[in-house]
Write a protein that binds this ligand. Structure first.
Ligand code: GLN
Ligand code: ZN
Length: 750
């Protein structure tokens, strides 16, 4: 029996990777210095795994930017716009990731890695792309690990997942290139096989609805990979869910070891065990790579005890640990009991090893006792069980999720109250977050600035934002969100049931890391969260001003969520807390309340047939948060994407009076969805791409609106940017909003 993990966080225990890479980008350090610093991170990671007692250290999980980009580099797939750049050159590599503003070269696209919050660089397969083995980093790293006395298990992203994630003009253009790509894999695998006795090939795509190209070709592909591995064992790792209907196919593949995810899909164990040949090895992912809670060691041991020969069993993490923070050792401020419920990546390595030890019959009684005590403390803590919250949840009725009247009745009532012109112009919420604002917020947080001074500064920022909007002539104003550095953290900090790590960073993309809030207990709202700032802002204007909240689904998706309750239940608790805030705002006279659900779509399960159930509880949560208001109160929501073709029904079911969405970048792509689906309520397709510093002209904005008018009736159309403006600066914001208001006025006068 062997123990291993599928990958370790690459950012370093204090985000060393971020600082090293960014210093290199700024020209403040040389390539040699960068590589020295990152070599230290790798060595440290290997050391952690070895010290935990794991039989292998994983190699190739490290990346200077992204592991999918690394594979493009290894296979020589540099898109032509990078001027035939040498894949080995670090500058070409970073250009591919980040583009080259000076030369006007766009970066490669980035998108979410399966259903995680990690973003990878999308491979581009052009007609002229030629795969060839072009970069030997993985072999060199494996050698380094050996030289340092570690036992390496190199990991490669598999060819089937790689091509599935790639983009090409037509899907066929990608799959036609499979044979050529396999030649590259054969070269690298045979080199690795000379150095190690096990090679991990990641194919998470097997936990998704498979493209037909994979069904027909997987067997031949694995046959070839297996041949090149020679005497070395090939591990096929399939994670992020159950193999499900792909199990018969996967079980027939020429791999020596199959790794499965038993955290996401514990129910598949029996079926996989039956299907996977007895003489082959099964690697069981028992320790959650995507969350921060301690594993129930006894339960894990029970699950697999006596399953098959110890020889044919390995114990591992469910997936790579890159989705977890590095180590609890850096946490000094978490409540001691709560910290004791957690395991970050380093601690998870130890958990994996302990499960193996127990299965081998070693006496690990003290470790098991400690684990049992931690789990008991969590179970019995008043934090994780608040009878009042539970009671409220069980009292939720269908009526609480339904507005008093249908939209057609609400709309005229709201119109009478608000008196808005046709094509009302508004923004999404945040305004430029200047250095001064960030500074004062940080000072306040660190206790370097008194309450009074802080409040005065925020009020001043609000005054400025309101005055600017009045001057610009926007119809529905916002307070600008100067008090928030993050749309989820701000609410988490004011809710019961959350806690915050000091150093719990997780890579989001490249050098960017996020520190997700942690939902550790039952959620409730002790007191109003946004009322005071909203009230202050409203006192400064006679125009309607929207109260601005983050929705329950988004708070859930961008947090580490407790794993002892279904996500749908946690989401319902969040919804009730947001509902309280909505009602407080309404009682205070706020006429319009926006509940952002930026993350609703990214919470979609990987498998088609699980989506309806998710959408049902997600939409129900939103409705629970929103529907308590009277007809005359207008509910807005906002979403940061336009592809809602597949979820249009669910979005309509949210029954917000007004929705704003991203649309300008794709040139009103939403038109397609609207051809098939008549969105019943009001809608503001974004007409200014706020992701770019470019200021759109009034004419450009008018053109986009004209496109929208082809499918959206004028009475339903709002005029707004794509998203919040917090990353923009004031001069461009003023200029673009002036054009936006100008466009709305021009339309009204026509
Ligand atoms: N109200 C938020 C803002 O304007 C919405 C941000 C988002 O959708 N990501 O910043
Ligand atoms: Zn947005």
């Amino acid at each position: 029996m062997k123990s291993h993990i599928l990958g370790f966080p690459r950012i370093g225990s204090h985000r060393e990777l971020k600082f090293a890479v960014e210093a290199y980008w700024r020209g403040e350090s040389t390539e040699t210095e960068l590589l020295e610093k990152t070599a230290a991170i790798k060595q440290h990671n290997w050391q952690v795994q070895k010290q935990a007692g794991l039989d292998y250290v994983t190699v190739g999980d490290f990346s200077l930017y992204d592991h999918v980009l690394d594979l493009s580099r290894m296979a020589g797939a540099v898109p032509s716009r990078f001027n035939a750049g040498d894949p080995q050159s670090l500058d070409t590599y970073f250009q591919m990731a980040r583009g080259d503003a000076a030369q006007g070269i766009a970066p490669m696209e980035m998108t979410k890695w399966f259903d995680t919050n990690y973003h990878y660089i999308v491979p581009e397969i052009e007609p002229g792309t030629r795969f060839s083995y072009s970069c030997r980093t993985l072999v060199e790293e494996t050698r380094q690990a050996l030289a340092l006395g570690f036992k390496p298990k190199p990991v490669l992203l598999g060819p089937l997942t790689y091509l599935t994630l790639a983009k090409s003009e037509r899907p066929a253009d990608r799959w036609n290139r499979l044979d050529e790509l396999i030649l590259v894999y054969k070269e690298i695998i045979s080199e690795l096989a000379a150095l190690t006795d096990c090679i991990q090939v990641d194919e998470p795509v097997f936990c998704t609805d498979l493209p037909p190209e994979i069904r027909s070709r997987a067997a031949a592909v694995f046959e070839q990979l297996h041949d090149s591995a020679g005497g070395s064992r090939l591990m096929l790792a399939a994670y992020f869910g159950a193999l499900g209907d792909n199990l018969p196919l996967v079980a027939s593949l020429a791999a020596d070891i199959l790794h499965i995810d038993l955290v996401r899909a514990p129910e598949q164990l029996e079926a996989v065990h039956q299907a996977w040949p007895r003489h082959k090895t099964l690697s069981l992912g028992l320790v959650d790579g995507r969350n921060i809670w301690k594993t129930d060691l006894e339960k894990a041991v029970q699950l697999v005890r006596g399953l098959r020969n110890a020889e044919q069993l390995w114990i591992g993490s469910s997936c790579s640990l890159i989705h977890c923070p590095v180590s609890l050792a850096a946490e000094k401020q978490l409540p001691a009991d709560v910290a004791n419920w957690m395991a970050f990546a380093a601690e998870k390595c130890t958990e994996v090893e302990r499960i193996k030890q127990a299965l081998l019959g070693r006496d690990i009684t003290p470790a098991l006792e400690e684990n049992r005590a931690a789990l008991r403390s969590r179970r019995e803590s008043p934090l994780t069980y608040d009878p009042q919250v539970r009671q409220r949840c069980s009292g939720v009725t269908e009526a609480m999720r339904r507005r008093a009247s249908p939209f057609s009745t609400r709309k005229p009532v709201q119109q009478r109250r608000l008196g808005l012109p046709p094509f009302p112009a508004t923004t999404i919420g945040s305004f430029p977050q200047t250095r001064a604002i960030r500074k004062i917020r940080r000072a306040y947080k660190d206790g370097r600035c008194a309450e009074e001074e802080y409040r005065a500064a925020i009020q001043e920022a609000i005054r400025e934002v309101v005055a600017e909007q009045e001057k610009l002539g926007l119809d529905v104003l916002v307070h600008g969100e100067p008090e928030r550095n993050d749309m989820v953290e701000y609410f988490g900090q004011q809710l019961n049931g959350f806690c915050f790590s000091q150093n719990g960073w997780v890579q989001s993309y490249g050098s960017r890391c996020v520190k997700p809030p942690i939902i550790c207990g039952d959620i409730s709202r002790p007191k109003p969260m946004t009322l005071e700032w909203t009230r202050y802002a409203r006192s400064l204007t006679r125009k309607p001003l929207k109260g601005m909240l983050t929705g329950p689904v988004t708070i859930l998706c961008w947090s580490f969520v407790r794993d002892d309750l279904p996500r749908s239940t946690v989401c319902e608790q969040l919804a009730l807390a947001v509902r309280d805030e909505v009602l407080d705002l309404e009682n205070d006279g706020v006429e319009i309340i926006q509940i952002d659900e930026a993350a609703l779509r990214e919470g979609l399960p990987l498998r088609q047939r699980e989506r309806a159930a998710y959408l049902e509880w997600a939409v129900n949560s939103f409705r629970l948060a929103a529907a308590g208001v009277r007809d005359e109160t207008q509910i807005h929501t906002h979403m940061c994407y336009s592809e809602f073709n597949t979820i249009a029904g669910a979005i309509a079911a949210m029954d917000a009076d007004v929705i704003s969405i991203e649309a300008s970048r794709s040139g009103m792509e939403l038109l397609r969805a609207f051809k098939e689906f008549q969105y019943p309520n009001d809608i503001g397709p974004g007409v200014w791409d706020i992701h770019s510093p470019r200021v759109p002209s009034q004419q450009e904005i008018v053109r986009l609106i004209e496109l929208a008018r082809e499918v959206i009736p004028d009475e339903q159309l709002w005029i707004n940017p794509d998203c919040g403006l917090k990353t923009r600066d004031w001069p461009e914001t003023r200029a673009a909003l002036a054009n936006l208001v100008g466009a709305a006025r021009a339309l009204r006068n026509n």
